[in-house]
Design a protein around this ligand. Structure first.
Ligand code: PRX
Length: 660
């Protein structure tokens, strides 16, 4: 049995042991609902109709050009600039409508209307153009959650310059890699960001990164925390000084529907992150449509809060592009949910009268652990819809979200998707799709997903398999920046039959479908972990570990964790001169934080004399996963030396796994 297959079996086993609570309406809705029917009847006509949601300068000639599959061209020949859909079109009637209620962690607040955002975007676009940024140039962003972040993304879009946002929690090395990979000419950063009462020194980290990223000519620095930061004359400029020197109007650069809107790096099964490419017309159509349908947005009276950091795809799609294109009023919060107290989230919901909340299961579990008393201090009656994303939600957290946060009144929409899909793929339509706790329910109208076995055949209900998407969709990634072969290999090779014209996208996730056709996500089946909804590659962490002089070899696995979904366990062998102790374990954890970022910090380090390997020398991660999960160990016959395993099990049991 393959490693991935065994992962699926293990996860299915887990689900059997913890079945979801019964008692909800189990009415199947597969096949019902006019929108599903309409989309199925003529999917391209359906997407053409959805594209009418946008402002086009020139209509497309062809809805989908799939002649160079798997490289798709959606709305081929169409011309637009996405900022005209996100901003300009709202101005005649709604310039005063709030686009963002922004709140800093220390409690400072700003109100950004569509009119003021438009002006800021135009000023900044002028400033970037004056620095030499032209259509097609890449601009990197390394910022906290400040209003200047969406403004900068849109200013890039106004110029047709792809943005490359790097999450503010990443290390200097991770930032340098991403800037270099994209060849960015300009970096926009902040002096610092507030997080849990501390200043995150973004500019200092950026400076370290820039010493290894020579493509960057200019750096814009947003003053946020007010600390003294070194400014390199000629290269570094204060954002506010540049922006105030330019007029609040700039015509939008006309782009092709297939011009690159942004590149966002994500972790894959190698140590090198992939730059996922999204383009203008299809992406904006897709996120705008799915946002409108799944979050049931009413532009006038909703206050919508997507809690995701804009450094990830959820923030790009559902905190910036979709809500703005739909004319939504959003809340944007800078800092940690526990600051100054553990009721910050509920306090925010109450103060802004939030109607729609979109967050990750890890955040829900953390709040659940903190206790209901923090909620009880606040009036949450404004809430009417609750969404989750990023990792499988356990039924207990789902029920708490629905019953305690939403007082049983609000539909819960569990949404499955990925950086690669651009927007939601499997999710319920509130009011149409009956939900079941723990299931993301059904593919959205216009999307075709399936669960298949190793040969690409659909599996029977209840059986686990690989989650695939069998038809192109407008939000699909257009490629991995600069690496066509990796794009093909990673997503298309495994289940496609090019000779039959059949192209199947492989998500990297395991799933099963029940007898109602509902999808139940089982987690990743490749070497990618999902920690607090953040995607981290085991290989990235392993290469950070072996970079430490004490480490000879490292193997990293994700193990289930009641709060963060998965937690990272690192199995490490040392160079013979080094003593294994708790201090070293701590040092290794800190080393990974420095190399990648705190999100990749292993929660446990297990020292071993040797790692279990097959006779051909491959590390048996499945076995390490079983050990870290304290599962029965399966077949050991392929091991080169079975004694090695016993030793690791003993060490893990004896508590020599340093945890922190
Ligand atoms: O494993 C799936 C998990 O998150 C992965 C995608 O991560 P990323 O590209 O960072 O995007 C996260 C936000 C869209 C998927 O391969 N995932 C995402 N949503 C869910 C999920 N797993 C289970 N249920 C979900 N709702």
């Amino acid at each position: 049995m393959s490693d991935a297959r065994q992962t699926i079996e293990a996860l299915l086993d887990e689900q059997r042991r913890f079945p979801p609570p019964d008692g909800l309406n189990r009415r199947a809705v597969v096949g019902s609902g006019d929108v599903y029917r309409e989309a199925r009847a003529d999917v391209l006509a359906w997407w053409a109709k959805q594209a009418e949601r946008l402002v086009w300068r020139r209509r497309w000639d062809e809805v989908l050009d799939w002649s160079r599959a798997p490289f798709a061209r959606w709305f081929a020949g169409g011309r637009l600039n996405v900022t005209e859909s996100c901003l300009d079109r709202h101005l005649p009637e709604h310039a005063d409508r709030v686009a963002y209620y922004w709140e800093g962690e220390p409690g400072d607040r700003k109100i950004i209307t569509y009119g003021s955002l438009h002006a800021e975007v135009c000023r900044l676009a002028n400033a970037l153009a004056a620095l030499g940024v032209q259509k097609g140039d890449r601009v990197a962003l390394y910022m906290g959650m400040v209003p200047e972040l969406p403004a900068t993304m849109l200013a890039c879009a106004r110029l047709g310059a792809p943005h490359v946002v790097v999450f503010g929690g990443f290390s200097a090395e991770a930032l340098a890699d991403r800037i270099a990979d994209a060849g960015a000419k300009v970096l926009v950063t902040c002096d610092g960001a507030w997080r849990a009462g501390q200043v995150v020194p973004l500019k200092a980290t950026a400076d370290e990164a820039l010493s290894r990223a020579p493509s960057v000519r200019h750096v814009l620095v947003v003053r946020r925390t007010g600390g003294d930061v070194p400014m390199l004359p000629g290269r570094d400029h204060y954002y506010d000084e540049l922006v105030s020197a330019h007029p609040p109007w700039r015509p939008a650069t006309e782009c092709d529907a297939e011009d690159v809107l942004f590149i966002l790096h994500t972790s894959g099964t190698t140590a090198k992150p992939k730059g996922i490419v999204h383009t203008c017309g299809g992406y904006l159509t897709y996120v705008t449509t799915t946002h409108s349908m799944v979050f049931d947005v009413h532009e006038k009276d909703d206050i919508y809060w997507c809690t995701a950091d804009i450094g990830w795809i959820t923030g790009h799609s559902y905190a910036v592009y979709a809500p703005l294109a739909n004319g939504t009023t959003s809340v944007l919060y800078e800092g940690a949910p526990s600051h100054p107290d553990k009721d910050r989230v509920w306090d925010t919901v109450e103060r802004y009268g939030i109607t729609t909340m979109y967050t990750a299961p890890s955040e829900i579990r953390t709040c659940m652990k903190w206790g209901d008393s923090y909620l009880a201090r606040h009036d949450l009656s404004s809430l009417r819809l609750l969404g989750t994303v990023g990792e499988p939600i356990n039924p207990e957290a789902w029920m708490w979200y629905r019953d305690i946060v939403g007082s049983g009144r609000c539909p819960v929409v569990d949404t499955w998707w990925q950086t690669e899909t651009g927007g939601l793929v499997i999710a319920p339509l509130p009011g149409v799709t009956t939900t079941k706790p723990g299931s993301a329910t059904l593919p959205l109208p216009g999307v075709a997903a399936d669960v298949v076995d190793g040969q690409g055949r659909s599996v029977a209900p209840g059986e686990g398999g690989y989650l695939v998407i069998t038809e192109p969709w407008p939000g699909m990634l257009r490629g991995i920046d600069g690496d066509e072969e990796r794009f093909f290999e990673t997503y298309w090779r495994r289940f496609s039959r090019p000779e039959e014209g059949r192209w199947v996208f492989f998500s990297g996730d395991g799933a099963k479908r029940d007898s109602d056709g509902y999808f139940w996500l089982l987690g990743r089946v490749d070497d990618v972990m999902c920690v607090s909804g953040h995607r981290i590659s085991t290989l990235e962490v392993e290469s950070a570990l072996v970079d430490h002089p004490a480490v000879a070899e490292a193997a990293v696995v994700g193990r289930s964790d009641p709060e963060t979904g998965q937690a990272i366990t690192a199995f490490v062998t040392l160079r013979s001169v080094v003593e294994a102790d708790d201090d070293l374990a701590e040092e290794l954890r800190a080393h990974v934080s420095r190399k990648i970022g705190a999100i990749a910090r292993p929660s446990s380090v297990v020292f071993a004399d040797e790692l279990p390997k097959t006779r051909s020398g491959e590390i048996m991660r499945r076995l390490l996963r079983d050990i870290s999960e304290r599962r029965e160990l399966g077949d050991l016959t392929t091991l080169a030396d079975a004694g090695v395993v016993q030793d690791i099990v003993e060490r893990a049991k004896a508590g020599r796994a340093a945890t922190g």
